[in-house]
Design a protein around this ligand. Sequence first.
Ligand SMILES: Nc1ncnc2c1ncn2[C@@H]1O[C@H](COP(=O)(O)OP(=O)(O)OP(=O)(O)O)[C@@H](O)[C@H]1O
Ligand SMILES: Nc1ncnc2c1ncn2[C@@H]1O[C@H](COP(=O)(O)OP(=O)(O)OP(=O)(O)O)[C@@H](O)[C@H]1O
Ligand SMILES: [Mg+2]
Ligand SMILES: [Mg+2]
Lengths: 267, 267
Amino acid sequence: ATRVIAFLNQKGGVGKTTSTVNIGAAMAEAGQSVCLVDMDPQSHLSLHLGIDGETVGDTVYELMLDPEVTLDDVLVKVRPNLMCAPSRIDLAALESELVSQPDRHQRLIQKFTPVMDQYDYVLLDCPPSLGLLTLNALALAQEVLVPMQGHFLAMQGVGKLLETVGLVCQGVNPDLKVSGVVLCMYEKQSMHVREVVADLDEFFESNRGSDAPWADAKVLRPAIRKNIKLAEAPSFGQTIFDYAPWCPGALDYRTLAERMIQERSGE
Amino acid sequence: ATRVIAFLNQKGGVGKTTSTVNIGAAMAEAGQSVCLVDMDPQSHLSLHLGIDGETVGDTVYELMLDPEVTLDDVLVKVRPNLMCAPSRIDLAALESELVSQPDRHQRLIQKFTPVMDQYDYVLLDCPPSLGLLTLNALALAQEVLVPMQGHFLAMQGVGKLLETVGLVCQGVNPDLKVSGVVLCMYEKQSMHVREVVADLDEFFESNRGSDAPWADAKVLRPAIRKNIKLAEAPSFGQTIFDYAPWCPGALDYRTLAERMIQERSGE
Ligand SMILES: Nc1ncnc2c1ncn2[C@@H]1O[C@H](COP(=O)(O)OP(=O)(O)OP(=O)(O)O)[C@@H](O)[C@H]1O
Ligand SMILES: Nc1ncnc2c1ncn2[C@@H]1O[C@H](COP(=O)(O)OP(=O)(O)OP(=O)(O)O)[C@@H](O)[C@H]1O
Ligand SMILES: [Mg+2]
Ligand SMILES: [Mg+2]
């Protein structure tokens, strides 16, 4: 069965796009059939994969606005086993264009449900907000991963994020679960960071067996180390596995993706 | 004359709050009279200075909503020469509460103009968006500093940001100027980062003598090096000058603030 994962954090610059691209690319290299979906008008995921928003044709914007457009019309094959539904800046207009449509939270799931079983994984890169685009991603997703930095200020807002997931679970998608946190830009020599991570581990531990949507959540390992190569790769339209396949960032994302795949086959 | 500076970037997590707090604190230590304004419902600037949103009393929210509330009612003295107008999460409601008010962009400037000359510097920490809160900050500001990371993805959106400043200049505040970019979390060993910065220098150079609001803008030096101490300080409610006054992050912000002060007295 297809595993549908939304990469969610309303805080900006925490590693959502970098994680969606590189976990997706690692899974595709491991032979999984993967679809990446760019839900952000900033189009960083699309840019990261080398897709040009000017020339690409139909995107997630047209997919969600126009009943005639199918997922096949927008999908781009970017690597072996790796498809991408790209976005461009016009997607920013969608929220106001759909504001009074009764099915405005279902625009994405309507287009995906017929073709879902072609994929082992569908990974959705969310914008840094809890608005209509994110809600569409959450209506389609089965699980949420939260990319996060291990810093004090970066941790603020986690409570609100979990609260939103909780509301979405009650409203739009009762089966949605938070399966974990991806630690990004991790600096292990910092005691402060280790304390923040210990707090997170403890928080999740204390929620085991509850009926919260994060009852089975955990901090995924390995953390993704800070590695400048991960910031350089997108400027060439490359994943880390194109750009520097054995650098620390690549090792970490590859290991993380492998564990996610094993965990699923262990189910 | 008071210098009023808005720290602006719609991208999240680029160093706006860290820069507003530490440049302000450095200026206050150098004897300047400084007022810091938290325009973000996330209240990271307020947290960073050790202010508790639960117990603080009136904030920027009440200041902008209620004609009876004065700036003095909300100001908190946080250090010698350093005042703060804090925020709390309720500020998130302001945009919808004021949506049909004709003076909704002037709510901040109305409260500041009477008391401006008490300060050498007013520094405004903007949220990561170009909405009503940011527009109020820009209506009051004379200049904009753009904190930025020297990464490819972090650079996307600079064009849109400058375009917005341009629109605000024509509409809300004809005197507004972009005076520069603050490079945050700078990693000088990366060739990629040096290339991005060279592009930025070149862009500003090519705009000299134009009538764009960024005609006199430049990349400020020094860049602020990546230094974990800057991420640790806020968890103790401390500026970098309380927490680790001689660490690389403190050296960089102190030098940057000194140059900003000298530049002004050179006018
Ligand atoms: N482990 C890492 N090491 C170094 N740089 C990184 C790492 N992860 C991400 N980056 C860089 O940090 C910046 C922010 O990352 P990214 O764009 O993935 O965050 P995001 O959460 O998707 O941001 P947004 O909220 O704007 O969508 C980018 O410039 C990216 O290249
Ligand atoms: N030079 C630096 N070295 C290390 N960490 C830094 C540095 N500057 C900022 N940080 C950390 O990076 C994170 C983002 O910085 P900051 O909160 O200042 O950005 P911001 O632009 O204000 O974010 P937001 O858009 O959410 O308001 C914070 O955890 C902060 O402590
Ligand atoms: Mg992103
Ligand atoms: Mg901030």
